[in-house]
Design a protein around this ligand. Structure first.
Ligand SMILES: CC(C)(COP(=O)(O)OP(=O)(O)OC[C@H]1O[C@@H](n2cnc3c(N)ncnc32)[C@H](O)[C@@H]1OP(=O)(O)O)[C@@H](O)C(=O)NCCC(=O)NCCS
Length: 177
């Protein structure tokens, strides 16, 4: 499957001059596991055993985990695995998880994490290879669907699938050029 996505750092401000709600994205570390577990349980606990999956993906070298901080505090994260499609002709980024903690929502952090995932996918492969970003989202998750659709992801015509607890999921995709 995929190779580890290259880490992307965004630290536009220096620590000394950082405004109170400065946003920075950095690679997550083992020390972030408690935050990841807590937010996962809150955001995805109703869908299935995501807390355990996220803990295991954090240790998986194929999965790139990015943490967004606001004012120096963890505020959200994403998990992305990038690899060649089974037939090898394109690179596909699968966004496994994207979540922002409730106090930090509607401030652009979800969009910032999504844009960073798109940048990582764009860097995958080389030459004129085709690249896609894909993800699954609960069919009734209006907030997330709006975020993703505004970023150009559209439903893919694949057989319906479900989360472990039975909620219907839909697959979204965007070709990256
Ligand atoms: C979905 C989620 C990641 C959005 O994070 P966020 O930081 O609040 O999103 P942003 O502030 O970047 O919003 C970007 C756009 O998404 C859409 N959006 C986000 N939250 C929304 C909401 N509650 N209702 C409607 N649209 C919403 C809007 O179009 C928004 O743009 P706007 O603010 O200019 O209108 C966050 O609500 C979340 O973590 N939810 C729980 C986990 C989840 O569902 N993850 C996605 C599935 S993997």
């Amino acid at each position: 499957m995929g190779r580890r996505a290259p880490p992307v750092h965004r630290r536009p401000e220096t620590a000394a001059g950082r405004p109170p709600d400065a946003v920075a994205i950095r690679p997550a570390t083992a020390g972030d596991e408690g935050f990841l577990r807590q937010l996962t349980a809150q955001a995805f606990g109703h869908l299935g055993p995501y807390e355990e999956w996220v803990a295991s993906w954090l240790r998986d070298p194929r999965v790139g985990t990015s943490l967004v901080e606001r004012a120096g505090q963890p505020a959200g994260f994403s998990m992305l695995v990038v690899g060649r499609s089974p037939t090898g002709e394109r690179w596909v980024g699968d966004l496994l998880v994207l979540a922002v903690a409730p106090p930090h929502r509607r401030r652009g952090l979800g969009r910032a994490l999504l844009e960073q995932a798109i940048e990582v996918c764009m860097l995958a492969g080389c030459g004129k290879v085709e690249r896609w970003l894909e993800l699954s989202v609960a069919a009734d998750n209006e907030a997330a669907r709006r975020l993703f659709e505004r970023a150009g992801l559209a439903a893919v015509d694949v057989p319906t699938s479900s989360y472990p607890n039975g909620q219907r999921s839909i697959r979204l995709r965007r070709a990256l050029t």
